[in-house]
Design a binder for this molecule. Structure first.
Ligand code: SAH
Ligand code: SF4
Length: 384
């Protein structure tokens, strides 16, 4: 590999385009706009996302003149890692410092021959679900496409795994970190494009999942532009209860949301795919057998999988995690009704990496001592 001397790098970083967040189409347009050939986009995408190279100087097949030109106007700038923590169970969590202040978190959860990366889409969240620590934080800002795809890039980089092995480090992505992805539509769609793009990460559409609390107009829009898998945060079997837990339900009630999900699935070329219904079980709130029966009724004509998430506590949440027995009883009702049901196991517990806890360690370092966890963690199964 030939490299340019560092002296070619301009001293002051101006308003350079961050190439990390450009989709294939955007990258092609970028090169056309600067009077270069379109195929340069393919070369640069591969350098960034296949090889993990950020120094334009090192992109040896671009030719010296082009590299000098690019150094003036562009850069490849991944987000900055504020901290990295490893759990005893293999889960790794990063706190990422974003420009303008604020932190978001990214979690990598290895399980067998899969490794699922849980990616954030916003700093905070405006939707204020009553059981979510990100919601309690309020909304600060949307992440850029570079900051979203940069989380995938950083995870692979941290294992020094760029090259053909990169998809062993990140085999699946779930948009289930901080923020509501559909409220940051364009940047999330661009980042997911790169996850699926062969010149970038090349993940199959089944291995990239967007989770939403139900922003119906945006979900309707997504159907026309994306083929990723869908997870919907339902959490209640009726509108009255869901209004309390997921306030956006007052705007887009359950029937409207389920119809939008149907339309999303109908727009997919592969008709065998079904959405995942996420249901966070909160002790005494939505975890009774009657709730499970009502859920069975609600979903009777709605093909789906169900993912139960025992509530993860955080300071001042005011909610409790259900016992393993309560989870088991709820699960049984759904299984008896013929559903495929997984119970999300708590991973990375010693580093506060579980769903809905992501910002806990950052804003409240005392919560670990206050936590009351159910002693009998549930047995079963997957993440995402
Ligand atoms: N904003 C999106 C995606 C991020 S949250 C959404 O709401 O779907 C990912 C999942 O974790 C959602 O189903 C969310 O409701 C759930 N969750 C949030 N806080 C939680 C908590 N404290 N315990 C368990 N699950 C939680
Ligand atoms: Fe936002 Fe999702 Fe948390 Fe609700 S559960 S506040 S939509 S991040």
């Amino acid at each position: 590999m030939t490299t340019l001397p560092l002296a070619d790098t301009p001293a002051a970083p101006g308003n350079r385009v961050n190439l990390l967040g450009l989709t294939r189409m955007q990258m092609e347009q970028f090169f056309l706009d600067i009077g270069e050939k379109k195929f340069r986009a393919q070369q640069v995408l591969k350098w960034i996302h296949h090889a993990g190279v950020t120094r334009i100087e090192d992109m040896s097949n671009l030719g010296r003149a082009l590299r000098v030109k690019l150094l003036e106007i562009a850069e490849v700038r991944p987000p900055e890692i504020a901290s990295q923590q490893d759990s005893s169970d293999g889960t790794r969590k990063w706190a990422i410092r974003v420009e303008g202040g604020g932190l978001v978190e990214t979690v990598l959860i290895p399980a067998g021959n899969r490794a699922t990366l849980c990616v954030s889409s916003q700093v905070g969240c405006s939707l204020d679900c009553s059981f979510c620590s990100t919601g309690k934080q309020g909304f600060q800002r949307d992440l850029t496409a570079a900051e979203i795809i940069g989380q995938v890039w950083l995870a692979i980089k941290s294992y020094d795994a760029f090259g053909p092995g990169r998809n062993r480090v990140v085999s699946n992505v779930v948009m289930m970190g901080m923020g509501e992805p559909l409220l940051n539509f364009d940047n999330v769609v661009a980042a997911m494009d790169l996850m699926l793009e062969d010149l970038a990460y090349g993940l199959s559409k089944r291995r990239v999942t967007l989770s939403t609390s139900g922003v119906v107009p945006a979900l309707d829009r997504l159907a026309g532009v994306s083929e990723v898998s869908l997870a919907v945060s339902l959490h209640a079997p009726n509108d009255e209860l869901r209004n309390q837990l997921v306030p956006i339900n007052r705007k887009y009630p359950i029937a409207v949301l389920l119809e939008s999900c149907r339309n999303y699935m109908a727009a997919q070329s592969d008709k065998s795919r079904v959405p995942t219904i996420e249901y966070t079980l909160i002790s005494g709130v939505n975890d009774r057998v009657e709730h499970a029966r009502e859920l069975v009724e609600l979903l009777r004509d709605f093909p789906c999988k169900v993912n139960l998430i025992p509530f993860n506590t955080f300071a001042q949440s005011g909610y409790r995690r259900p016992s393993g027995n309560a989870v088991q009883r709820f699960w049984q009702v759904l299984v008896d009704a013929g559903y495929i049901v997984t119970v999300r196991t708590t991973r990375g517990d010693d580093i506060d990496a579980a769903c809905g806890q992501l910002v806990g360690q950052v804003v409240d370092r005392t919560r670990r001592s206050e936590r009351h966890r159910a002693a009998d963690d549930t047995q079963i199964i997957s993440v995402g």
